[in-house]
Design a protein around this ligand. Structure first.
Ligand SMILES: Nc1ncnc2c1ncn2[C@@H]1O[C@H](COP(=O)(O)OP(=O)(O)O)[C@@H](O)[C@H]1O
Ligand SMILES: [Mg+2]
Length: 330
């Protein structure tokens, strides 16, 4: 047996605190938004890690830190064994090609003044791919076909497309530079429900076909159910549960994950589960609760939960959760 290959992406102890400033003439820092707190995970080649959690839990910040679109307050990001945070701007360029992002809003992420073909060619030219013009134009047609769009659409501008088609274009642009890793940040949240599955399926197909690793960010667990290899659940800046997707869906360990899963509609009325309703709002990330950050909304919290920050602990092979009472509640 050969040694297991190192993961493509390794994130270790990531933290991002955004300073909050007050005062216009003499601004001073009055606190910090603790957007990401001690986040660690890895993604193997060709694997899909779904990162889920309510709005404001730190998912987008995590995605941007991983791509080094933001500098972390602490922690490490390794891609293909290289410490990205130690790289200068020039060295970072090669990695920029290998790691792409697809945003939630495909309209604001596409240049409205560029025809689609020019946009795709530009992505290749920037990274020195397909220097031959004829080959590049052929590749544009191939990319459009890959994402399910007709070749003549290359002559159109972004505003001439529907939301779903624009997201196909954003995916084509990411694929244009032959990435190994894509962060898809809520790629279907802005789309009509009827279109969402098409785009999720497209990402799933392409990810398999090209062996691309994917960090699939979503606020809704149902969206990632059929694409995720593994699932990480975030709450108030922290990963509270991470594990193989099947396992997390079948036997969620953390009370927060249980609540999220109980909220997924079930088509069969006989199989209806009891829905766990969470009281209250997510606390302010400027002043997170002591101990377990979830305790203020947790139906099982005890006094100990206010004192101790629960660490991620193994519940089964490849499955971890951060809950002091997990063993007892299992
Ligand atoms: N540039 C920023 N400056 C200050 N606060 C920010 C910034 N970006 C995000 N935040 C805050 O960090 C927290 C996490 O945000 P985000 O990562 O966008 O969460 P999510 O993607 O899960 O909705 C939120 O409280 C958000 O308001
Ligand atoms: Mg977000």
């Amino acid at each position: 047996m050969s040694a297991p290959a190192a993961p493509l992406l390794e994130v270790d102890g990531l933290r991002k605190w955004f300073p909050v400033r007050e005062g216009i003439v003499v601004p001073r820092t009055v606190g910090h938004v603790r957007a990401v707190e001690d986040v660690s995970f890895s993604i193997g080649r060709g694997e899909v890690l779904a990162l889920v959690g309510e709005s404001g839990s730190g998912k987008s910040t995590t995605g941007r830190l991983v791509l080094r679109l933001l500098e972390p307050t602490a922690g490490r990001v390794r891609f293909d064994g290289v410490d990205l945070l130690g790289l200068g701007a020039r060295e970072m360029r090669a990695f920029r090609r290998r790691m792409q992002i697809v945003f939630q809003d495909p309209f604001s992420s596409l240049n409205p003044h560029l025809r689609v073909a020019d946009m795709l060619e530009e992505a290749m030219v920037i990274h020195g791919l397909e220097p031959d013009g004829a080959a590049r134009r052929a590749r544009v047609e191939e990319l459009l076909a890959t994402v399910g769009l007709r070749p003549e659409y290359g002559r159109r501008f972004p505003h001439e497309f529907s939301g779903g088609q624009r997201q196909r274009l954003a995916i084509a642009r990411a694929l244009a530079v032959r990435p190994e890793f894509i962060v898809a940040d809520e790629p279907v949240s802005a789309l009509d429900v009827s279109i969402q599955a098409q785009i999720v399926n497209l990402l799933d197909d392409l990810q398999r076909r090209f062996g691309i690793a994917l960090l699939f960010i979503a606020h809704d667990l149902a969206v990632v159910r059929h694409v995720a290899t593994r699932v990480a659940v975030m709450y108030l800046g922290r990963i509270v549960e991470i594990g193989d997707a099947e396992r997390v869906f079948a036997s969620p360990s953390h009370p927060y994950t249980r609540a999220l899963i109980s909220a997924i509609p079930v088509p069969d009325p006989d199989a209806r589960r009891e829905r766990i309703l969470l009281g209250g709002e997510i606390p302010s990330p400027m002043a997170p609760p002591s101990g377990c950050v979830f305790r203020t909304r947790c139906p099982h919290a005890t006094e100990a939960c206010a004192r101790e920050v629960p660490a991620l602990e193994a519940r089964a092979p490849g499955h971890m959760s951060a809950c002091l009472r997990a063993a007892e509640l299992a």
